[in-house]
Design a protein around this ligand. Structure first.
Ligand SMILES: Cc1cc2nc3c(=O)[nH]c(=O)nc-3n(C[C@H](O)[C@H](O)[C@H](O)COP(=O)(O)OP(=O)(O)OC[C@H]3O[C@@H](n4cnc5c(N)ncnc54)[C@H](O)[C@@H]3O)c2cc1C
Length: 452
């Protein structure tokens, strides 16, 4: 009997998950994964912590080597192989061996596209200098670490105030650099509530990061050795030894678009609940795809490893003949900004208004543990609710230890469309080292109920 040929394009997070799931679902299938770099299965999310030195051994970020994916998961892995074209009707892809330059075609019965995303560029002069880095691959991580170890930079400029900008601020401060964070809007972390964003700025500044608002970068000035020495902006110039660009990402959809695979309004690949594209036998998962927001019911683009992995399992299982579905996500993110845990689950109050909900909000600040416990801290919870359905639509939380776990609890409530009343009845733990008698979530819900 002919074996089912499953090809996977892209090998960082979604690709290996999809391939492994496919091989597990159908052990007779022949699964081959193509990755253009020399690394597969890399813990990119941990990169800021390897750079800071908090994670001592960068090699531990490699979750699976190509060899282990082959021997333990039964996948044929071809690194340094770039897929250049998809021929949907011929059921074929064209692949270039990056080392030799040879081009070979491979036939497939099922194809899974996990080409991920690429970092946004600034598009100014000097961007390709040797001390300007993105954080988006193992190569980037190693280059940053090598540069810091060999050149001992004193001043760093980070451009872009999203969550990676936050993580890198902390990371470079830990490596004893003076850090200026340039952001093009007034407040960092777009999508969070204003007060949360203000609190983030306060935490950055309390930890020695200069946060420059409404900054537009005009040029990166280089010296004779092709190093950027100064960042020119509408807000003045910043001397620097190292520049990190954290401007967000765009989905890698060129291959798919060329093959007439449908993109959604977000610009990312549109799939059904089975992660199948508009073309039979072609599936997609991860940062190259959009995802249904279960709160609004609309597609959103939110490149996260959590979503990539779950979509990948579904794509892999279905490509191998299974019947799995991925019903969507709420957006669940958290970031540590020095001593502060910041989390968002669900949609923001602005998004809720735009989506036509009748919005009410409730914000409380309470002790995270029993008040008299020594290492206690404050946690702020803001609930975003709909007055008509009484549902919780979103929440922002910030505070000390335990904030993120609380956000997860609310995340489940949001995903399963619970009302504020439901949340107020949660049977939550009370134990002095962990939580007070009335957990901050219960306090927020009890107050929030009064506004319904
Ligand atoms: C610094 C940082 C921190 C992060 N922290 C978090 C976090 O805390 N939590 C979280 O949920 N997410 C986090 N993320 C996001 C997460 O890393 C991504 O969502 C995840 O990597 C997406 O995986 P992916 O496989 O879909 O895409 P990618 O990671 O973009 O991988 C795609 C792969 O496909 C390869 N490829 C592309 N085109 C081709 C081609 N034509 N031929 C062959 N190969 C190709 C690429 O080389 C790449 O290796 C973080 C990201 C960064 C950069």
């Amino acid at each position: 009997v002919k074996r089912l040929r499953i090809l996977v394009i892209g090998g960082l997070a979604a690709g290996p998950s999809a391939a492994a799931k496919a091989a597990r679902t159908n052990p007779r299938a022949e699964v081959t994964l193509f990755e253009q770099t020399d690394t597969v299965s890399y813990g990119l999310c941990e990169a800021p912590y390897a750079i800071s030195g908090e994670v001592l051994d960068e090699k531990k970020l490699v979750v699976y080597t190509p060899e282990r994916l082959q021997t333990e998961k039964g996948i044929v892995v071809k690194t340094l192989h770039r897929v250049e074209k998809i021929f949907p009707t011929k059921h074929e892809i064209r692949v270039r061996d990056v080392r030799s330059g040879d081009v070979v075609s491979y036939e497939f019965d099922k194809l899974i596209i996990t080409t991920g995303s690429s970092p946004r560029r600034l598009n100014v002069e000097g961007e390709d200098s040797r001390n300007v880095f993105h954080v988006s691959s193992r190569e980037d991580t190693l280059n940053i670490m090598k540069y810091i170890d060999s050149e001992h930079p004193k001043n760093a400029v980070i451009i872009g105030g999203g969550y990676i900008g936050m993580e890198m601020s902390e990371s470079l401060r830990k490596r004893e650099m003076d850090v200026a964070l340039l952001h093009r809007h007034k407040l960092p972390m777009a999508g969070l509530e204003e007060k949360t964003r203000e609190r983030v700025v306060e935490e950055l500044e309390n930890n020695g990061v200069r946060f420059i608002t409404n900054a537009r970068v005009d040029a990166l000035l280089q010296d004779a050795s092709r190093k950027v020495v100064s960042v020119h902006t509408n807000k003045g110039s910043y001397e620097t030894d190292l520049v990190i660009l954290s401007l967000g990402v765009t989905p890698n959809v060129a291959l798919a678009k060329d093959a007439r695979i449908r993109l959604g309004l977000t610009g990312a690949i549109s799939t059904d609940q089975r992660q199948q594209t508009n073309i039979d036998n072609i599936y997609s998962a991860g940062d190259c795809c959009e995802v249904k927001n279960v709160v609004t019911g609309k597609p959103m683009y939110i490149p996260l490893a959590t979503i990539a992995s779950r979509q990948a399992w579904v794509a892999g299982e279905n490509a191998a003949g299974g019947k799995a579905t991925f019903t969507g996500a709420i957006r669940a993110i958290a970031v540590r900004v020095f001593g502060l845990e910041v989390a968002q689950v669900g949609i923001s109050s602005d998004e809720a208004r735009e989506a036509g909900f009748d919005v009410a909000t409730q914000e409380i600040t309470a002790w995270s543990k029993v008040g008299i416990m020594p290492d206690n801290s404050r946690v702020t919870v803001k609930l975003i609710m709909d007055k008509r359905s009484k549902r919780v639509l979103g929440a922002n939380l910030f505070g000390g230890n335990g904030t993120t776990s609380r956000a997860n609890t609310l995340g489940v409530a949001i995903q399963y469309k619970m009302t504020v009343e439901d949340v107020s009845r949660f049977d939550m733990i009370y134990a002095p080292p962990f939580a007070p008698l009335w957990d901050p979530i219960l306090i927020a819900a009890n107050e929030g109920k009064k506004k319904m």
